[in-house]
Ligand binder design. Structure first.
Ligand code: SAM
Length: 312
């Protein structure tokens, strides 16, 4: 076989375009690349590499990526999804913490010319500056197979940077996806559901078994699509709203009034149990209701009632 034929053969097998490194979406190629560079998946960075082409393309389809988009990929790993993102998007900017992967990405992203990699912690990245530098200040689309040890901090860090993102499509632990999408009254419902639903409309778009990763994680996974709101769906003083939510779920077994009386702190103000109970009654709710029964709109209404009564 000539060099040209073997290149052709490799492209047919792994789907790379001429001049590009071959695709990584198979356990065999992933294993070979890891062995070539002597790389072992690092637990401390939550490294579980995707090896399933259907899942990778499913994530990119769910994110609705077109060539008009600039995508932020958090944690490109060895570049598996990055290769496909590069083909679908106008530009891809990746933020990766593990500099050991630099020589791997140099090879696996060869020929994928619209990709930039920034070597740093996403939680220390100025997202506004990133959108400015790579997308003229327009909102980015985030796509990632997130490291599970730090999923919630990353999601909240992104969501709190309002205006930087149009949507966030990410692989997370299925249990976290269920908590994020949960509605009032269910056992998964909590502060995380409310925080994410304040900023975005969440939906589980794919369920993913451990066999789609190398190494296999110990848990089931799911792909979550968060469509960011241009403005929050409820009318509330944000600081008061989140202080109420935090206090309510810190002591989940207590009534809402007790939880808030014990835990609410906002602009040096606290609230008594009676303040909360009379406010709940004014809203037509039971004074002994638990926080897990209140919808986002009802938490917002409580914050407005407390404000009208001069209590916050
Ligand atoms: N995208 C690759 C894939 O799907 O095969 C790798 C996904 S792996 C689950 C998570 C990736 O996030 C790893 O490459 C890891 O090094 C990286 N990572 C972990 N913590 C990070 C952080 N704080 N900031 C940026 N990247 C991080």
């Amino acid at each position: 076989m000539t060099g040209k034929d073997s290149r052709l053969d490799r492209d047919i097998l792994f789907g790379g375009m001429p001049g590009q490194a071959p695709k990584l979406t198979s356990p065999g190629v992933t294993r070979a690349v890891l062995a070539q560079f002597g790389i072992h998946a690092r637990k401390k960075y939550g490294q579980n590499f995707l090896t399933d082409r259907g899942i990778v393309t499913g994530i990119i389809d769910a994110a609705g990526i077109t060539e008009d988009d600039c995508v932020l990929e958090i944690g490109p790993g060895i570049g598996t999804m990055t290769q496909y993102l590069s083909e679908a998007a106008g530009h891809v900017v990746c933020v990766e913490i593990d500099t050991n992967l630099r020589p791997v990405l140099d090879q696996t992203l060869a020929g994928y010319d619209n990709v930039d990699v920034i070597w740093q912690d996403i939680l220390r990245t100025d997202l506004e500056e990133l959108a400015e530098e790579y997308n003229e200040g327009r909102p980015l689309k985030v796509v990632a197979n997130l490291p599970y040890y730090v999923t919630t901090p990353i999601l909240l860090y992104l969501l709190e940077e309002k205006g930087c993102f149009e949507s966030i499509t990410v692989m997370v632990q299925k249990e976290v996806a269920d908590r994020i999408c949960a509605g009032a009254g269910s056992k998964e419902y909590g502060a995380l559901s409310l925080a994410v639903q304040y900023y975005s409309d969440p939906e589980i778009v794919l369920k993913v078994p451990p066999a789609c990763f190398m190494p296999r994680p110990a848990v089931e996974s799911a792909v979550l699509h968060l469509q960011a709101y241009e403005k929050p769906p409820v009318d509330a003083d944000e600081e008061v709203l989140f202080a109420l939510i935090r206090a309510s779920f810190n002591q989940r077994r207590k009534t809402l009034a007790n939880g808030i009386a014990n835990g609410f702190r906002c602009r040096n103000k606290t609230l008594s149990r009676a303040d909360v109970e009379t406010s709940l009654e004014a809203m037509g709710l039971s004074p002994s209701i638990r926080g897990e029964k209140l919808s986002l709109e009802q938490f917002a209404a409580l914050s407005r009632t407390l404000a009208e009564r001069g209590l916050v």
